[in-house]
Design a protein around this ligand. Structure first.
Ligand SMILES: CC(C)(COP(=O)(O)OP(=O)(O)OC[C@H]1O[C@@H](n2cnc3c(N)ncnc32)[C@H](O)[C@@H]1OP(=O)(O)O)[C@@H](O)C(=O)NCCC(=O)NCCS
Length: 173
């Protein structure tokens, strides 16, 4: 395996992002609110729009050579009363690359970004309560659960609760 690298995705990464995202939704349906059937129908422009960097949004990517093998979305609220919050979503690492601290690296990059964004004081996310791998990573990074949403996800006939977690990034400035 070649050395891994990390960078922010841009609109021209849309095809690679689409491929990884659809793999995520098909491989780990219990980890995401969306589904492969829904996003599989989207035109490529919609994926480009989702990852195009803006003052509000950034998508962090991990690469093996030129192959995108992991990503994490960061979205700051655009509204005056909630713009102190940013959300993390869509964390996924290709199964062949798990257990190599790639998710932790992407998460640390997102936290570092929040810490350097003037006016952002907290990061938020939601995670399936049964997702022990993701919970471990979020808790290790300092996220704490503040609530549990019952029946947040229904995958087939199985319901899952979600923890809502928060990290105060103003304290570490
Ligand atoms: C969760 C996920 C992102 C982790 O990615 P990863 O790159 O393998 O994770 P990392 O290698 O950075 O983190 C490894 C840490 O998690 C721990 N970990 C990994 N799998 C675990 C598991 N099943 N249970 C408990 N801890 C686990 C490791 O022990 C390690 O902790 P340590 O540093 O204290 O030893 C990956 O499994 C994934 O993409 N899962 C499917 C999608 C998903 O669940 N996304 C999160 C949505 S909220």
């Amino acid at each position: 395996m070649t050395e891994l690298s990390y960078r922010t995705l841009v609109a021209t990464d849309a095809a690679a992002y689409r491929k990884l995202r659809l793999k995520a939704l098909a491989n780990d349906p219990q980890a995401f609110s969306s589904d492969a059937e829904r996003e599989g129908a989207w035109p490529i422009e919609q994926f480009a729009k989702r990852i195009e960097p803006s003052p509000q949004q950034t998508t962090f990517g991990a690469f093996d050579a030129r192959r995108l093998i992991g990503s994490l979305g960061f979205l700051r609220s655009a509204m005056a009363k909630t713009q102190h919050s940013a959300s993390l979503f869509g964390l996924f690492i290709d199964p062949a690359y798990r257990g190599r601290d790639i998710a932790q690296t992407l998460l640390q990059r997102a936290i570092a970004k929040a810490q350097t964004m003037p006016g952002v004081s907290q990061l938020e996310l939601a995670v399936n309560v049964e997702n022990t791998a993701a919970l471990h990573i979020y808790e290790a990074a300092g996220f704490a659960p503040w609530g549990r949403k019952p029946n947040a996800l229904r995958v087939g006939s199985t319901s899952y609760d979600e923890f809502h977690m928060i990290l105060d990034v103003s304290a570490s400035r």
